[in-house]
Design a protein around this ligand. Structure first.
Ligand code: ZN
Length: 426
Protein backbone atom coordinates (compact mmCIF):
# COMPACT_ATOMS: atom_id res chain seq x y z
CA UNK A 1 0.00 0.00 0.00
CA UNK A 2 1.36 3.43 -0.96
CA UNK A 3 1.64 5.80 1.98
CA UNK A 4 0.50 9.38 1.38
CA UNK A 5 2.42 12.35 2.73
CA UNK A 6 0.63 14.88 4.95
CA UNK A 7 0.66 17.33 2.03
CA UNK A 8 -0.86 14.75 -0.34
CA UNK A 9 -3.60 14.01 2.21
CA UNK A 10 -4.42 17.68 2.64
CA UNK A 11 -4.66 18.12 -1.13
CA UNK A 12 -6.71 14.92 -1.56
CA UNK A 13 -9.25 16.01 1.09
CA UNK A 14 -9.42 19.46 -0.52
CA UNK A 15 -10.23 17.76 -3.82
CA UNK A 16 -13.19 16.04 -2.15
CA UNK A 17 -14.79 19.43 -1.34
CA UNK A 18 -17.31 19.38 -4.22
CA UNK A 19 -18.42 15.85 -3.25
CA UNK A 20 -18.67 16.79 0.42
CA UNK A 21 -20.79 19.78 -0.50
CA UNK A 22 -23.16 17.62 -2.59
CA UNK A 23 -23.28 15.14 0.31
CA UNK A 24 -24.42 17.95 2.65
CA UNK A 25 -27.13 18.85 0.14
CA UNK A 26 -28.17 15.20 -0.07
CA UNK A 27 -28.59 15.01 3.72
CA UNK A 28 -30.65 18.19 3.82
CA UNK A 29 -32.76 17.73 0.69
CA UNK A 30 -33.21 13.92 0.56
CA UNK A 31 -32.29 12.81 4.09
CA UNK A 32 -34.85 15.00 5.87
CA UNK A 33 -36.29 16.89 2.86
CA UNK A 34 -36.25 20.26 4.67
CA UNK A 35 -39.49 22.21 4.16
CA UNK A 36 -39.77 26.02 3.85
CA UNK A 37 -39.68 27.66 7.28
CA UNK A 38 -39.06 24.37 9.10
CA UNK A 39 -37.07 24.00 12.32
CA UNK A 40 -34.01 21.78 11.85
CA UNK A 41 -31.99 20.20 14.67
CA UNK A 42 -28.48 18.94 13.88
CA UNK A 43 -26.42 16.75 16.20
CA UNK A 44 -22.81 16.74 15.06
CA UNK A 45 -19.32 15.99 16.45
CA UNK A 46 -17.51 19.22 17.34
CA UNK A 47 -14.40 17.85 15.64
CA UNK A 48 -16.23 18.26 12.31
CA UNK A 49 -17.34 21.86 12.87
CA UNK A 50 -16.34 22.52 9.24
CA UNK A 51 -18.96 20.05 8.04
CA UNK A 52 -21.50 21.36 10.56
CA UNK A 53 -21.16 24.89 9.15
CA UNK A 54 -21.59 23.57 5.63
CA UNK A 55 -24.67 21.58 6.64
CA UNK A 56 -26.27 24.57 8.38
CA UNK A 57 -25.58 26.73 5.33
CA UNK A 58 -27.15 24.12 3.02
CA UNK A 59 -30.16 23.75 5.36
CA UNK A 60 -30.85 27.50 5.19
CA UNK A 61 -30.34 27.39 1.41
CA UNK A 62 -33.01 24.68 1.30
CA UNK A 63 -35.43 26.98 3.15
CA UNK A 64 -34.99 26.05 6.84
CA UNK A 65 -36.62 28.61 9.16
CA UNK A 66 -34.09 28.02 11.94
CA UNK A 67 -31.29 25.52 12.56
CA UNK A 68 -30.28 24.42 16.08
CA UNK A 69 -26.91 22.69 16.49
CA UNK A 70 -26.23 20.23 19.34
CA UNK A 71 -22.49 19.58 19.56
CA UNK A 72 -21.14 16.19 20.59
CA UNK A 73 -17.66 15.28 21.76
CA UNK A 74 -16.47 11.79 22.69
CA UNK A 75 -13.76 13.04 25.04
CA UNK A 76 -16.24 15.23 26.94
CA UNK A 77 -18.74 12.39 27.12
CA UNK A 78 -16.03 10.16 28.57
CA UNK A 79 -15.14 12.77 31.21
CA UNK A 80 -18.79 12.98 32.17
CA UNK A 81 -19.09 9.21 32.64
CA UNK A 82 -15.77 9.06 34.53
CA UNK A 83 -16.73 11.76 37.01
CA UNK A 84 -20.50 11.71 37.48
CA UNK A 85 -22.53 9.21 39.54
CA UNK A 86 -24.81 6.65 37.89
CA UNK A 87 -27.91 8.22 39.51
CA UNK A 88 -27.40 11.43 37.48
CA UNK A 89 -27.86 9.50 34.23
CA UNK A 90 -31.15 7.95 35.34
CA UNK A 91 -32.88 11.18 34.27
CA UNK A 92 -32.38 13.26 31.15
CA UNK A 93 -31.33 16.87 31.87
CA UNK A 94 -34.36 19.20 31.86
CA UNK A 95 -32.91 21.45 29.17
CA UNK A 96 -32.54 18.46 26.87
CA UNK A 97 -36.09 17.24 27.51
CA UNK A 98 -37.45 20.74 26.82
CA UNK A 99 -35.33 21.29 23.73
CA UNK A 100 -36.01 17.96 22.03
CA UNK A 101 -39.71 17.74 22.92
CA UNK A 102 -40.46 21.34 21.93
CA UNK A 103 -38.63 20.96 18.63
CA UNK A 104 -40.49 17.74 17.87
CA UNK A 105 -43.77 19.48 18.66
CA UNK A 106 -42.90 22.25 16.19
CA UNK A 107 -42.42 19.62 13.49
CA UNK A 108 -38.64 19.88 13.35
CA UNK A 109 -36.48 17.70 11.13
CA UNK A 110 -33.69 15.92 13.04
CA UNK A 111 -30.27 15.31 11.49
CA UNK A 112 -27.89 13.00 13.34
CA UNK A 113 -24.31 13.19 12.13
CA UNK A 114 -22.36 10.13 13.36
CA UNK A 115 -18.64 10.34 13.90
CA UNK A 116 -17.71 8.38 16.96
CA UNK A 117 -14.60 6.82 18.40
CA UNK A 118 -15.84 3.20 18.62
CA UNK A 119 -13.79 2.69 21.80
CA UNK A 120 -14.42 6.09 23.41
CA UNK A 121 -15.94 4.58 26.53
CA UNK A 122 -13.68 1.56 26.94
CA UNK A 123 -13.55 0.60 30.62
CA UNK A 124 -16.52 2.82 31.55
CA UNK A 125 -19.32 1.11 33.49
CA UNK A 126 -21.82 0.31 30.67
CA UNK A 127 -24.66 0.95 33.16
CA UNK A 128 -24.12 4.72 32.79
CA UNK A 129 -24.55 5.11 29.01
CA UNK A 130 -27.33 2.49 29.15
CA UNK A 131 -29.17 4.56 31.80
CA UNK A 132 -28.65 7.81 29.87
CA UNK A 133 -30.03 6.41 26.64
CA UNK A 134 -33.00 4.80 28.41
CA UNK A 135 -33.78 8.08 30.21
CA UNK A 136 -33.64 10.13 27.00
CA UNK A 137 -35.95 7.69 25.24
CA UNK A 138 -38.42 7.62 28.13
CA UNK A 139 -38.45 11.32 29.07
CA UNK A 140 -38.08 12.92 25.65
CA UNK A 141 -41.28 11.15 24.68
CA UNK A 142 -42.71 13.64 22.18
CA UNK A 143 -39.37 13.60 20.40
CA UNK A 144 -39.00 9.80 20.47
CA UNK A 145 -42.59 9.18 19.36
CA UNK A 146 -42.38 11.95 16.77
CA UNK A 147 -39.78 9.90 14.95
CA UNK A 148 -41.21 6.45 15.76
CA UNK A 149 -44.72 7.34 14.58
CA UNK A 150 -43.78 9.28 11.45
CA UNK A 151 -44.51 12.81 12.70
CA UNK A 152 -40.93 14.08 12.34
CA UNK A 153 -38.53 13.44 9.46
CA UNK A 154 -35.07 12.37 10.58
CA UNK A 155 -31.86 11.08 9.11
CA UNK A 156 -28.54 9.62 10.27
CA UNK A 157 -25.36 10.05 8.21
CA UNK A 158 -21.63 9.90 8.95
CA UNK A 159 -18.54 12.11 8.96
CA UNK A 160 -14.97 11.06 9.78
CA UNK A 161 -13.34 11.94 13.08
CA UNK A 162 -9.71 11.07 13.82
CA UNK A 163 -10.16 8.36 16.46
CA UNK A 164 -12.76 6.58 14.34
CA UNK A 165 -10.62 6.80 11.18
CA UNK A 166 -7.60 5.39 13.07
CA UNK A 167 -9.61 2.38 14.21
CA UNK A 168 -10.90 1.68 10.69
CA UNK A 169 -7.50 2.22 9.01
CA UNK A 170 -4.90 1.36 11.67
CA UNK A 171 -2.00 0.92 9.22
CA UNK A 172 -1.82 4.43 7.77
CA UNK A 173 -1.21 7.92 9.16
CA UNK A 174 -4.08 9.75 10.83
CA UNK A 175 -4.34 12.21 7.92
CA UNK A 176 -4.53 9.40 5.43
CA UNK A 177 -7.03 7.50 7.59
CA UNK A 178 -9.33 10.53 7.65
CA UNK A 179 -9.04 10.91 3.88
CA UNK A 180 -9.81 7.23 3.32
CA UNK A 181 -12.78 7.33 5.68
CA UNK A 182 -14.18 10.42 3.90
CA UNK A 183 -13.86 8.56 0.58
CA UNK A 184 -15.55 5.45 1.99
CA UNK A 185 -18.36 7.53 3.50
CA UNK A 186 -18.99 9.39 0.24
CA UNK A 187 -18.87 6.22 -1.86
CA UNK A 188 -21.15 4.16 0.35
CA UNK A 189 -23.55 7.13 0.54
CA UNK A 190 -23.64 7.14 -3.29
CA UNK A 191 -22.31 10.69 -3.15
CA UNK A 192 -19.07 10.34 -5.10
CA UNK A 193 -20.71 11.20 -8.43
CA UNK A 194 -22.06 14.41 -9.97
CA UNK A 195 -25.67 14.01 -8.90
CA UNK A 196 -26.15 12.12 -5.61
CA UNK A 197 -29.82 13.18 -5.39
CA UNK A 198 -30.56 11.51 -8.72
CA UNK A 199 -28.49 8.47 -7.66
CA UNK A 200 -30.71 8.18 -4.59
CA UNK A 201 -33.88 8.35 -6.69
CA UNK A 202 -32.60 5.38 -8.69
CA UNK A 203 -31.38 3.54 -5.60
CA UNK A 204 -34.78 4.03 -3.97
CA UNK A 205 -36.60 2.51 -6.95
CA UNK A 206 -34.49 -0.67 -6.63
CA UNK A 207 -36.06 -1.48 -3.26
CA UNK A 208 -39.49 -2.05 -4.83
CA UNK A 209 -38.78 -5.51 -6.28
CA UNK A 210 -37.49 -6.87 -2.96
CA UNK A 211 -40.32 -5.39 -0.92
CA UNK A 212 -42.94 -6.66 -3.38
CA UNK A 213 -41.46 -10.19 -3.37
CA UNK A 214 -41.60 -10.37 0.43
CA UNK A 215 -44.90 -8.55 0.91
CA UNK A 216 -46.67 -10.66 -1.76
CA UNK A 217 -45.69 -13.92 -0.05
CA UNK A 218 -46.72 -12.60 3.41
CA UNK A 219 -44.65 -15.36 5.02
CA UNK A 220 -45.69 -16.87 8.34
CA UNK A 221 -42.07 -17.31 9.40
CA UNK A 222 -38.42 -17.14 8.33
CA UNK A 223 -35.78 -19.81 8.91
CA UNK A 224 -32.12 -18.66 9.10
CA UNK A 225 -29.23 -21.14 8.81
CA UNK A 226 -25.47 -20.75 8.46
CA UNK A 227 -22.38 -22.95 8.87
CA UNK A 228 -21.37 -20.78 11.84
CA UNK A 229 -24.15 -22.53 13.80
CA UNK A 230 -27.01 -20.08 13.27
CA UNK A 231 -30.33 -21.93 13.22
CA UNK A 232 -33.14 -19.53 14.03
CA UNK A 233 -36.84 -19.36 13.23
CA UNK A 234 -38.63 -16.00 13.41
CA UNK A 235 -42.41 -15.77 13.31
CA UNK A 236 -43.89 -12.84 11.36
CA UNK A 237 -47.07 -10.96 12.26
CA UNK A 238 -50.32 -11.15 10.31
CA UNK A 239 -50.38 -7.86 8.35
CA UNK A 240 -46.62 -7.34 8.61
CA UNK A 241 -45.06 -4.98 6.05
CA UNK A 242 -41.53 -5.07 4.64
CA UNK A 243 -40.07 -1.59 4.30
CA UNK A 244 -36.89 -0.23 2.75
CA UNK A 245 -35.51 2.88 1.08
CA UNK A 246 -37.40 6.08 1.75
CA UNK A 247 -39.81 6.60 4.63
CA UNK A 248 -42.83 8.90 4.67
CA UNK A 249 -44.12 11.07 7.48
CA UNK A 250 -47.84 11.13 8.24
CA UNK A 251 -47.77 14.61 6.66
CA UNK A 252 -46.47 13.10 3.42
CA UNK A 253 -42.79 14.15 3.51
CA UNK A 254 -40.60 11.54 1.81
CA UNK A 255 -37.30 11.18 3.68
CA UNK A 256 -34.39 8.75 4.16
CA UNK A 257 -33.80 7.76 7.80
CA UNK A 258 -30.36 6.34 7.02
CA UNK A 259 -27.64 7.47 4.60
CA UNK A 260 -26.45 4.94 3.49
CA UNK A 261 -29.29 2.42 3.47
CA UNK A 262 -29.34 -0.98 1.79
CA UNK A 263 -31.79 -2.87 4.01
CA UNK A 264 -35.24 -4.30 3.53
CA UNK A 265 -36.73 -4.85 6.97
CA UNK A 266 -39.78 -5.70 9.01
CA UNK A 267 -40.68 -6.29 12.65
CA UNK A 268 -41.02 -9.98 13.58
CA UNK A 269 -43.53 -11.24 16.13
CA UNK A 270 -42.18 -10.47 19.60
CA UNK A 271 -43.16 -13.90 20.98
CA UNK A 272 -41.94 -16.08 18.09
CA UNK A 273 -38.15 -16.38 17.89
CA UNK A 274 -36.67 -19.83 18.54
CA UNK A 275 -33.14 -21.15 18.09
CA UNK A 276 -29.64 -19.72 18.11
CA UNK A 277 -27.98 -16.93 16.16
CA UNK A 278 -24.27 -16.07 15.88
CA UNK A 279 -22.86 -12.60 15.21
CA UNK A 280 -21.16 -12.05 11.84
CA UNK A 281 -19.47 -8.71 12.66
CA UNK A 282 -18.37 -6.97 15.87
CA UNK A 283 -20.94 -4.64 17.41
CA UNK A 284 -19.75 -1.16 18.40
CA UNK A 285 -22.26 0.01 21.01
CA UNK A 286 -22.08 3.03 23.32
CA UNK A 287 -18.33 3.44 22.96
CA UNK A 288 -17.46 -0.23 23.50
CA UNK A 289 -17.05 -3.26 21.26
CA UNK A 290 -18.82 -6.62 21.55
CA UNK A 291 -17.19 -9.45 19.58
CA UNK A 292 -18.00 -13.05 18.63
CA UNK A 293 -21.30 -13.38 20.43
CA UNK A 294 -24.37 -15.57 20.20
CA UNK A 295 -27.93 -15.37 21.50
CA UNK A 296 -30.33 -18.23 22.11
CA UNK A 297 -34.06 -17.53 21.87
CA UNK A 298 -37.12 -19.34 23.19
CA UNK A 299 -40.65 -18.08 22.56
CA UNK A 300 -39.26 -14.75 21.37
CA UNK A 301 -36.98 -14.04 24.34
CA UNK A 302 -33.21 -14.37 24.77
CA UNK A 303 -32.70 -17.16 27.31
CA UNK A 304 -28.89 -17.50 27.06
CA UNK A 305 -25.99 -15.64 25.44
CA UNK A 306 -22.24 -15.26 25.48
CA UNK A 307 -19.54 -13.07 23.91
CA UNK A 308 -15.76 -13.41 23.52
CA UNK A 309 -15.52 -9.68 24.30
CA UNK A 310 -17.99 -7.18 25.77
CA UNK A 311 -20.44 -9.61 27.41
CA UNK A 312 -21.27 -6.99 30.07
CA UNK A 313 -22.23 -4.48 27.34
CA UNK A 314 -24.57 -7.10 25.88
CA UNK A 315 -25.99 -7.75 29.34
CA UNK A 316 -26.82 -4.06 29.83
CA UNK A 317 -28.59 -3.97 26.47
CA UNK A 318 -30.65 -7.05 27.40
CA UNK A 319 -31.46 -5.65 30.85
CA UNK A 320 -32.68 -2.25 29.59
CA UNK A 321 -36.25 -3.33 30.36
CA UNK A 322 -38.36 -6.48 30.25
CA UNK A 323 -38.80 -6.35 26.45
CA UNK A 324 -35.16 -5.67 25.54
CA UNK A 325 -34.67 -9.47 25.30
CA UNK A 326 -37.15 -9.56 22.38
CA UNK A 327 -36.64 -8.63 18.72
CA UNK A 328 -37.95 -5.47 17.05
CA UNK A 329 -36.41 -5.89 13.61
CA UNK A 330 -35.15 -8.36 11.06
CA UNK A 331 -33.41 -6.91 8.00
CA UNK A 332 -32.16 -8.48 4.78
CA UNK A 333 -29.09 -7.09 3.00
CA UNK A 334 -27.26 -8.83 0.19
CA UNK A 335 -23.51 -9.34 0.42
CA UNK A 336 -23.38 -7.54 -2.97
CA UNK A 337 -23.73 -3.96 -1.75
CA UNK A 338 -21.27 -1.06 -2.07
CA UNK A 339 -20.64 -1.18 1.67
CA UNK A 340 -19.74 -4.86 1.83
CA UNK A 341 -17.73 -4.51 -1.37
CA UNK A 342 -15.46 -1.89 0.23
CA UNK A 343 -14.36 -4.74 2.53
CA UNK A 344 -14.16 -2.17 5.33
CA UNK A 345 -15.30 -2.93 8.85
CA UNK A 346 -16.59 0.48 9.98
CA UNK A 347 -17.16 -0.21 13.70
CA UNK A 348 -20.27 1.93 13.27
CA UNK A 349 -23.71 0.36 13.08
CA UNK A 350 -25.00 2.83 10.47
CA UNK A 351 -22.50 1.34 8.03
CA UNK A 352 -21.98 -2.19 9.28
CA UNK A 353 -25.72 -2.94 9.56
CA UNK A 354 -26.06 -1.98 5.91
CA UNK A 355 -23.35 -4.45 4.92
CA UNK A 356 -24.98 -7.46 6.55
CA UNK A 357 -28.30 -9.09 7.38
CA UNK A 358 -29.14 -8.02 10.90
CA UNK A 359 -31.60 -8.29 13.75
CA UNK A 360 -32.36 -5.72 16.41
CA UNK A 361 -33.21 -6.21 20.05
CA UNK A 362 -35.85 -3.88 21.47
CA UNK A 363 -38.54 -1.73 19.95
CA UNK A 364 -40.14 -2.53 16.58
CA UNK A 365 -41.50 -0.24 13.87
CA UNK A 366 -45.15 0.89 13.59
CA UNK A 367 -44.73 1.23 9.81
CA UNK A 368 -43.99 -2.51 9.65
CA UNK A 369 -47.58 -3.48 10.46
CA UNK A 370 -50.67 -2.42 8.49
CA UNK A 371 -52.24 0.61 10.17
CA UNK A 372 -49.38 0.83 12.68
CA UNK A 373 -49.10 4.64 12.64
CA UNK A 374 -52.70 4.80 13.96
CA UNK A 375 -52.06 2.37 16.83
CA UNK A 376 -50.86 3.21 20.32
CA UNK A 377 -48.13 1.23 22.08
CA UNK A 378 -50.62 -1.21 23.65
CA UNK A 379 -52.21 -1.96 20.27
CA UNK A 380 -48.79 -2.46 18.69
CA UNK A 381 -47.84 -4.90 21.45
CA UNK A 382 -51.10 -6.77 20.87
CA UNK A 383 -50.19 -7.03 17.17
CA UNK A 384 -46.80 -8.53 18.06
CA UNK A 385 -44.71 -5.35 17.57
CA UNK A 386 -42.23 -5.16 20.45
CA UNK A 387 -42.03 -2.06 22.69
CA UNK A 388 -38.88 -1.15 24.62
CA UNK A 389 -36.69 1.83 25.49
CA UNK A 390 -33.89 0.39 23.35
CA UNK A 391 -33.24 -0.67 19.76
CA UNK A 392 -29.85 -2.23 19.09
CA UNK A 393 -29.02 -3.70 15.69
CA UNK A 394 -26.51 -6.55 15.43
CA UNK A 395 -25.12 -8.17 12.32
CA UNK A 396 -25.71 -11.85 11.49
CA UNK A 397 -25.16 -11.90 7.70
CA UNK A 398 -22.43 -14.47 7.15
CA UNK A 399 -21.40 -15.18 3.52
CA UNK A 400 -23.21 -18.53 3.55
CA UNK A 401 -26.38 -17.39 5.30
CA UNK A 402 -29.56 -18.98 3.96
CA UNK A 403 -32.99 -17.55 4.72
CA UNK A 404 -36.09 -19.52 3.80
CA UNK A 405 -39.59 -18.09 3.96
CA UNK A 406 -42.36 -20.45 5.08
CA UNK A 407 -45.98 -19.65 4.28
CA UNK A 408 -48.94 -20.40 6.55
CA UNK A 409 -49.66 -23.41 4.28
CA UNK A 410 -46.14 -24.74 4.84
CA UNK A 411 -44.68 -23.88 1.43
CA UNK A 412 -40.92 -23.22 1.69
CA UNK A 413 -39.49 -20.45 -0.51
CA UNK A 414 -35.77 -19.61 -0.61
CA UNK A 415 -35.20 -15.87 0.00
CA UNK A 416 -31.45 -15.74 0.65
CA UNK A 417 -28.97 -18.33 -0.60
CA UNK A 418 -25.29 -17.94 0.32
CA UNK A 419 -25.71 -14.46 1.75
CA UNK A 420 -27.51 -12.96 -1.25
CA UNK A 421 -31.02 -12.72 -2.68
CA UNK A 422 -32.01 -15.99 -4.33
CA UNK A 423 -32.13 -14.34 -7.79
CA UNK A 424 -28.55 -13.06 -7.40
CA UNK A 425 -27.34 -16.69 -7.44
CA UNK A 426 -28.75 -17.29 -10.93
ZN1 ZN B 1 -32.05 -2.17 10.30
Amino acid sequence: MNRMTAEECRKAIEDLAPQISRYADLIVRKGVAVQPGQEVVVQVPVERADFARLLVERAYAAGAGHVTVMWRDDAMTRLEYENVELSYFQHAPEWKVTLLNSMAEKGAAFIFIDGDDPSALKGIDPAKPAAASKATNAECRTYREGMDFGRNAWTAAGVPVAAWARQVFPDVSEDEAIYRLWKAILETARSAGDDPQQAWEEHNAAFSKKKRFLNDYAFDRLHYTSKNGTDLTLGLNPGHVWEGGSGRTVGGTVFFPNIPTEEVFTTPNRMRADGIVYSALPLAHAGQIVRDFWLRFENGAVVDYDAAQGKDVLRHILETDENAVRLGECALISKNTPIRETGILFYDTLYDENASCHLALGIGFPECIEGGFDMDREALLAHGVNQSATHVDFMIGSDDLNVTGITAEGEEVPIFVNGQWVWENE
